[in-house]
Write a protein that binds this ligand. Structure first.
Ligand SMILES: [Zn+2]
Length: 312
């Protein structure tokens, strides 16, 4: 069956149109926030090239081999776990592969994930390859932070922005995971996903999902929140629940207060201190790393500041 990529139909259409016209650029750069399925999209685009009927049908010999990860004309590279960056040896491997002639399809496709993690040497090597592409070769680069890629590389690629998914698509993706995110967690998941199913895929784990539901209830009315219970939750769950999501739930809870109009100076200064506290909360995950803080006490301090601001 033809597998559907959620949320990136525009990019897919551009690609297939160019393919049909025979005007396909040799290097595409798919960029956008983490967790929105850019890698899935890249696989789909590769399928159009490897498919016997150029339709990514999912059933032909080419599509089947691609799905099994065993197509001889497709090569995947990306950041190796535990490594800091993509190195020059990896890029040399990519270029050597692109220079071969296609065994099955007459084409060679490389999917290069985490492209922004290339170090300087690797990027320079890739640049040379981009300047002299071999016929029939296609480089599909996936990148979560466009600014980190040298402009010289960006300018030689067909840039395609991939947008965050709409809530409905986030929901669908989460339901299709294996195991799926259970229905009772979906509203919470969508509310903190920010359009990125990957950011909330951890809710597949019921323990994490339950802890998050508990947190949501604890911070829902922050001005009257029970600090003892919050402290307890932090002790029990801080290690398992991603810090970004903890903050997101606090922000979601405080945000409606900021929507009320400021009619006088007092209200204005209250809004200001709430915003300052939220800013502090948002910086907490990074501050913990940057200043080697103890995560729990630092979070509690943020919460107390937010609570005071909301109470005022
Ligand atoms: Zn096919």
């Amino acid at each position: 069956m033809n597998s559907k990529v959620l949320g990136h139909q525009g990019v897919e259409q551009m690609f297939t149109k160019a393919l049909q016209k025979g005007h396909l650029h040799h290097a595409w750069l798919l960029y956008g926030m983490k967790g929105i399925g850019k890698d899935v999209l890249a696989e789909k685009l590769a399928a159009y090239l490897m498919c016997d009927t150029q339709s990514a049908c999912g059933v032909c010999h080419g599509c089947q081999m691609l799905k099994a990860g065993s197509h001889p004309d497709v090569f995947r590279a990306g950041l190796i776990e535990g490594k800091r960056d993509l190195n020059i040896e990896q890029v040399r491997g990519v270029l050597a592969f692109l220079a071969l002639s296609g065994a099955e399809s007459g084409r060679r496709v490389v999917i290069l994930d985490d492209a922004e993690r290339m170090n300087g040497q690797a990027a320079n090597a890739l640049l040379k390859g981009l300047e002299e592409p071999t016929e029939g070769s296609m480089l599909l680069m996936v990148c979560a932070d466009l600014e980190r890629l040298p402009a010289t590389i960006r300018s030689r690629c067909m840039l395609q922005q991939c947008s965050p998914l709409c809530d409905q698509d986030v929901r669908l993706v989460l339901q299709k995971l294996n195991p799926p995110v259970e229905d009772r967690y979906l509203d919470l998941a969508v509310s903190v996903a920010g359009g990125s199913p990957g950011a909330v895929a951890c809710l597949q784990d019921r323990k994490i999902a339950d802890a998050m539901l508990e947190w949501q209830a604890l911070v829902a009315d922050m001005a009257r929140a029970d600090v003892g219970k919050i402290d307890n939750w932090i002790r029990n769950h801080l290690k398992t629940v991603p810090h970004g999501l903890i903050v997101q739930m606090m922000t979601n809870a405080a945000y409606p207060v900021l929507q009320t109009p400021c009619l006088d100076a007092d209200a204005f200064s209250r809004h200001e201190s709430i915003q300052q506290a939220l800013h502090l909360c948002a910086r907490w995950p990074a501050d913990v790393v940057r200043h080697s803080l103890r995560a729990g006490p630092a979070l509690l301090a943020c919460i107390l500041q937010l609570r005071t601001a909301l109470k005022a």
